[in-house]
Design a protein around this ligand. Structure first.
Ligand code: ADP
Ligand code: MG
Length: 212
C-alpha cells in the first residue's frame, strides 16, 4: 500500500511546511486513517499502539480549526497523568510552531496552583491537563470552556483504570454541546463504549494494528 502524505490533506501551507521541517512527510497508519475524518469535523475514536503517532493526529485537527486571533480556549486535551499531558503539550507546541502567538497551557494535578491561576488569568488557546485539576479550575470558575470546538480524551483506557469518569463527565458538561470529540486509546476495554456514548456523537471508529 502506498504511503499517505500530509501534503495530500487540507492542512494549511504554514502547518505543512513546519511538518516537513520536523521530518514529518508521510503519515503513520493511524494518522492516515483518522486525520481526514478529523479534518472533516467528525467525532473519531482512534485505537492504535503506543508510539503510532496518535498525538499528531488529534493535535493537527485542533490546530487546523484554531483561530489564533480569538484568545479563548478552543480545544481541551484531557490526559491521565501529568507526564503524558506534558508530552502532549510539547508535541502540540512543536506542531504549532508556524502559528505565531499561540498559547498552550498545561493544567495538571501535582503542580502548584498559584502559577496555574496566574496563567488562567492571562488566557490560552489550548488547554492540556489531567481531569481532577481541570475540574477544580472549572468548579472554581477560573476556566471557561464555553468556546471549545474540540474535546480530546487521550489514553482513554488508562483514564478508565484510574477512575476519572466523573471528572471527565464534569469537563464535558462545561463544553458546548456542539463540539468535535476525539478519543484515542491503545486498547479498547469494556467501559470505553459507555464513556463514548456519553461524550460522542455517531463516532467513526478506526482500529490500527501496526505501529507505522
Ligand atoms: P502515541 O500517542 O500513539 O503513543 P506519539 O504521538 O507519542 O504516539 O508518537 C510517537 C513518536 O512518533 C513521537 O516522537 C512523534 O514525534 C513521532 N511521529 C508521529 N507522527 C510522525 C510522522 N508522521 N512522521 C514522523 N514522526 C512522527
Ligand atoms: Mg499518546
Amino acid at each position: 500500500m502506498s504511503k499517505s502524505l500530509f501534503s495530500e490533506t487540507p492542512l494549511s501551507t504554514a502547518i505543512l511546511e513546519n511538518l516537513s521541517s520536523l521530518g514529518y512527510e508521510t503519515m503513520t497508519d493511524i494518522q492516515a486513517q483518522t486525520l481526514p475524518l478529523i479534518l472533516d469535523g467528525k467525532d473519531v475514536i482512534g485505537q492504535g499502539k503506543t508510539g503510532s503517532g496518535k498525538t499528531a493526529a488529534f493535535s493537527l485537527g485542533i490546530l487546523h480549526n484554531l483561530n489564533v486571533d480569538r484568545f479563548r480556549v478552543q480545544a481541551i486535551v484531557v490526559c491521565p497523568t501529568r507526564e503524558l499531558a506534558d508530552q502532549v503539550a510539547v508535541e502540540i507546541r512543536k506542531l504549532a510552531r508556524a502559528i505565531h502567538n499561540i498559547k498552550v497551557l498545561t493544567l495538571c494535578g501535582g503542580a502548584p496552583m498559584g502559577p496555574q491561576i496566574g496563567s488562567l488569568e492571562h488566557g490560552a488557546h489550548i488547554v492540556v491537563g489531567t481531569p481532577g485539576r481541570i475540574e477544580e479550575h472549572l468548579v472554581k470558575g477560573r476556566l471557561s470552556l464555553d468556546e471549545v470546538n474540540t474535546f480530546v480524551l487521550d489514553e482513554a483506557d488508562r483514564m478508565l483504570e484510574m477512575g476519572f469518569e466523573d471528572s471527565i463527565q464534569c469537563i464535558v458538561e462545561h463544553c458546548p454541546a456542539q463540539r468535535q470529540n476525539l478519543l484515542f486509546s491503545a486498547t479498547y476495554p469494556q467501559g470505553i463504549e459507555k464513556l463514548c456514548q456519553h461524550i460522542m456523537k455517531a463516532p467513526e471508529k478506526v482500529v490500527v494494528e501496526s505501529k507505522h
